[in-house]
Design a protein around this ligand. Sequence first.
Ligand code: HEC
Ligand code: HEC
Ligand code: HEC
Ligand code: HEC
Ligand code: HEC
Length: 322
Amino acid sequence: MRTTKKNIQLLIISLYLPYIFINTSFAVQEKTPIPPIDTEASCITVACHDNMGKKKYTHGVGVNGKHCIKCHKVVQKGDHSFNLPALAVETCSQCHSGQYIAPTDIEGTPPVIMEGADVFEEGNETVFHKPFVEGKCTECHDAHESDYYLHLKGNYPGLFYATFSPETYTLCYKCHKDFENVLTEPRTLDATGFRNGNLNLHFRHVNQKKGRTCKACHHPHGSENPKLIRDNFMFGARRLAVNFKKTDTGGGCAPSCHMPLKYDRYEPTDIMMLTTARPGRDATDSELRESRQLDLKKLKEKKKKLKEEAARKESLEQENKE
Ligand code: HEC
Ligand code: HEC
Ligand code: HEC
Ligand code: HEC
Ligand code: HEC
């Protein structure tokens, strides 16, 4: 446990050390005249930043007028000009890491960030969500406040079940733009890998009155399984295992929600369990063959791109050494 936490800390630190000194700065656009900096005073007054701290979910330090400088360093003494870290994780990891103990003057104990695993899959995939491992915490969490759970930047239900609507998962759509379609098409041969033949299993799990949320299966920071699939999840007060196994053409899981089931994109397995009607028709054999060809082509292109990216990075490092 300890070592895992340490590993992710080290990972984050080693990846981002080079950026630490690259800071952008911003000057707060205020009504003139700009008040002089008084480090004892709160930044939230009627004259200054008085609109902060009014949203539904607040990050204590982010809306406490006396703690702004935890993240925004003064550029020049007496000048109303502050540093904005180029990379959010530098500021977040001051408090959110495995071993951190909250300073006594800030209310609450900061929750630790989820430990990612130190197990990597073969190939170029990692078990961390790309924006997380890149340290872009504020792509998802507002550093100050927002109207969404955990001051996220879009909607993301905090519970296991949620009634589906087009607005339920706007946080994830920010980057996964095509997911809006994934969640509204009951049948698909290409929109998602989570399908049995053309039966869209994302749709079946999520798009319901009592739909399971992403959280039921994924952790948005990282996990020990491919595709950010959780090892286990909380169902009420009970912790249940997922037992996810990925294969080249599909996967399977043995959660406590239903009997162990497998899915396959090109040779659909018989899923005898029928909870609700399955709209649409099953794909024909030739449609399935075609979709396999298409997926293979996409995979090849993705691998090529990753290879090119790696080569580019290597030559850049080489140049830097010289
Ligand atoms: C100076 C310490 C400090 C820094 C820096 C800090 N946090 Fe926090 N954070 C806390 C504390 C304390 C809490 C718990 C009380 C609260 O919500 O204010 C918290 C709570 C949170 C929560 C809510 C967790 C929950 O379960 O309610 C999230 C999400 C979060 N922080 C993200 C971030 C991100 C992202 C950054 C960087 C932009 C960051 N924090 C920087 C101290 C900090
Ligand atoms: C936990 C770290 C953290 C704390 C504490 C914090 N900020 Fe920020 N602030 C950020 C980050 C990171 C950004 C960059 C915007 C982003 O990435 O979302 C930012 C951006 C800003 C901006 C630029 C406009 C904007 O919203 O993007 C202003 C103004 C600002 N903060 C004011 C404040 C004030 C005033 C306080 C104290 C009440 C404060 N901040 C406390 C992290 C913090
Ligand atoms: C892709 C979006 C995304 C990114 C990037 C991200 N988070 Fe989160 N974070 C979430 C979501 C969603 C949750 C809620 C998880 C849940 O309830 O299952 C969460 C939960 C949290 C929590 C609450 C405690 C916990 O583990 O459940 C903290 C603290 C936190 N994040 C901090 C961070 C920090 C620090 C970073 C950057 C290193 C970061 N997050 C990057 C989406 C993100
Ligand atoms: C800030 C942008 C961003 C947001 C927001 C975001 N993602 Fe991602 N996500 C990415 C990127 C980039 C990838 C990597 C895509 C790739 O490698 O093809 C990814 C990949 C994934 C993967 C596949 C991981 C793998 O190993 O192939 C899953 C699952 C995922 N995201 C779930 C989510 C969920 C759930 C949410 C909402 C909480 C979310 N994402 C929000 C950027 C984001
Ligand atoms: C019942 C479990 C389950 C739920 C709920 C779930 N997913 Fe998935 N998801 C999976 C599985 C399993 C995969 C891996 C599919 C494969 O490649 O075999 C996956 C893959 C993904 C991917 C990678 C691309 C793809 O479609 O194959 C993304 C992105 C993703 N999920 C996002 C989400 C988002 C966003 C939500 C919530 C709206 C969500 N998932 C809800 C199980 C789930």
